[in-house]
Design a protein around this ligand. Sequence first.
Ligand SMILES: Cc1ncc(C[n+]2csc(CCOP(=O)(O)OP(=O)(O)O)c2C)c(N)n1
Ligand SMILES: [Mg+2]
Length: 324
Amino acid sequence: MAKVEAKKKGLSDERLRDFLREMLLIRRFEEKVEERFRAGELPGFLHVAIGQEAVAVGVCAALEEDDVIASTHRAHGHTLARGTSPNALMAELYGKLEGCSHGYGGSMHLYDIERGNLGANAVVGGGLPAITGAALAFKFRKEPRVALAFFGDGATNIGTFHESLNLAQLWNVPAVFCLENNWWAESTPNSQHSPITDFTQRAVAYGMHSIKVGGQEIEPVYDAASEAIDHARRGDGPVLLVVDTYRLVGHYVGDPQVYRPKGELDELRETQDPITKLRERLGVSDEEWEQLDAEVTREVEESVEFAKNGTDPQPEDALKNVYA
Ligand SMILES: Cc1ncc(C[n+]2csc(CCOP(=O)(O)OP(=O)(O)O)c2C)c(N)n1
Ligand SMILES: [Mg+2]
């Protein structure tokens, strides 16, 4: 197991400013989505990943264009970071044909095959077998591509996690398993759902290489993800990439979070916000910040307008694209 410290591999300030913009766009997008959901405009169920933006942006930035990802029920950040436009994502959340899943999916089923997004998955652990299969296909075809699955700490207790890691290692495929450890599975803390606290130990059972990194600062996330992805791409086998992070909100929108220790959330928001950390790291002035914030907020507002003006699917199309 290699622990990646905050080493710098020459990420320029310009690149970091792009990361800051992307993270802020995801934050403002999710805040807006939460607001519109509470107003009753969005069907379905909603999980936001506020606090985990550095993972989505840092890991996706380390991927190449031809690589693929699969995501979870907490997928907006991964989807935007992989290049889906806010318009296409917002339209999906409004159930419109212009959405990235053409209105069939909603928040937990975001697909964008053109951008290498094999889909979000409401079934915990559902993305891991798909990623193992994609990686096997890349290996068979001798394509220099990597397949990466995002999933949570709770998913490490699901059978598909173990089956996927076992087969990926056995077949030596170019897969990266990116575990976003936010310390909770719904209202259950790690200590009550996993006998193992250092998740890299899960990889030991499969003889798999693992890397662990803190997820609130984007530079080490990017470095660790690059190392994992390079390892897989050069044929050295799959990697379990463990990223410790925090969800600074409830499990779902509306979660009263009575299970949290008192004061925990306020303290984490104060000390562990990845956007604040990057802003401070870059020394972004108030003026520059306000301009950036105004720009991304406008982009988000425009996506709501786009979505509201979108096309409703027709009832007779309900069974289109249903294969089983
Ligand atoms: C197979 C399956 N079991 C249970 C659920 C209900 N469920 C939805 S999210 C969740 C917790 C997942 O925790 P984790 O993997 O840590 O992801 P996080 O919500 O923390 O991002 C559970 C149990 C589900 N969707 N699928
Ligand atoms: Mg979790």
